[in-house]
Write a new protein. Sequence first.
Lengths: 111, 247, 84
Amino acid sequence: MIQYAAIVLIVLGIYGLLTNRNVLKMIISINVMEVGLNLFIISVGYVTDGFAPILSSVHNSSALIYVDPLPQALVLTAIVIGVGTTALGLALAKNMYNKYHTLNLDEMRDE
Amino acid sequence: MKNFLALVLVLLLSAGIIITLQNNDLFPVFGEAQVVNRVSDHYITKGSTQPIIWGETTDAEDGAANIVTSIVVNYRSFDTLGEVTVLFVSAMGVALLLSSGRTSKRLALNFKPNFMLRVGSRALFGIILMTGVYIILHGHLTPGGGFPGGVMIASSVLLLYLADDEFRSKIKGFKVLEGVAGSLYVIVVLLGLILATYFLQNFLPTGTVGDLFSAGILPIVYILIGLKVGSEISGLIDNFLTEEEAA
Amino acid sequence: MSLVDIIMIAVGALLIILAFLALNTKSLIKSVILLSSVSMLSVVGYVLMKAPDVALTEAVIGSGLVTALFVFTLLSLTKKEESK
């Protein structure tokens, strides 16, 4: 089920970060890890046969069974912060390529 | 050798995580979370003893029909202030890293877009902009809110960048809009401190649950956040697509 | 096993396979496209777990913004390479 898939995604992201030497591949591994983490946080608050936490004309009372809304609010913040981190990492990678003419971390140490 | 060590470490970590969470009292089985025992129960019932009915309850503690919106902007709005700060710092960092001096032009590529593409994308730009504005305005009634709406506005600007070869948006206007929206958000936050008892309290009256003009300060805050995020990400896209003028 | 359970298991298995392929290929543009498809599959996971706010935000950001930034970086890298 989805919780096991989320844990495997986190662990795959850590493995990719440890073994790749290309800077862009490292940023892609961090993004894969963030996708797995957000899936895991939302799966903590799932209630079977619960409704989405929005009052509307169909579910119009607050006494029905709703899914937990607090992890969804936390993940909303986490997704936006992931975008900020990725943008800053890509700008750094572009400047690295302009200076060293390679994107491999092993070849950058010689200068 | 390094690959093999990394594989062993990663397998140990995953086994540790799964065994710790397997038969724990504190971690519920998937699908059987007891919401009544958590703090989210206060957010759903909004602190009153009678159930909240859509379209009839007036003067509730919060007034928004979307419970996730009321958590993000009203009950836990300090986290949203921190998130806006993080986005601002990262956009400023990108602008400082990729600045290219006084003379800058668009990144010159090998292919030139067609005339039909350049003209026809203006129609699509209007539709995407309208969808973004709708999602921002109805953030307290339907899913969405300020953050996806602002990114949709930036997506419409991205479409214009992709379809036209010589398009450069007015960067000065975007920076001024972003600064004004961010300062207004902090001013609204401080007004809650002056007019009412504590930081970020809802100081406008909340109408019935389900109207467009309800939930006090929520739509105003989301409009400011949407404008700020939209102009920030448009500036980010422009920074990625410029290069120095060849001397 | 209802239909929702079967779809959940299929989405989980596909997520693991695509993420593993995204980290192991040699060409960079294939990695970026596979990352974008991992984001899109996670949106299906969010909808199955009844979280519409998060699904909307991740769909807009994962498909439009992050993929575009990666492709712009790759474009400026290859352009510098062939002009040397």
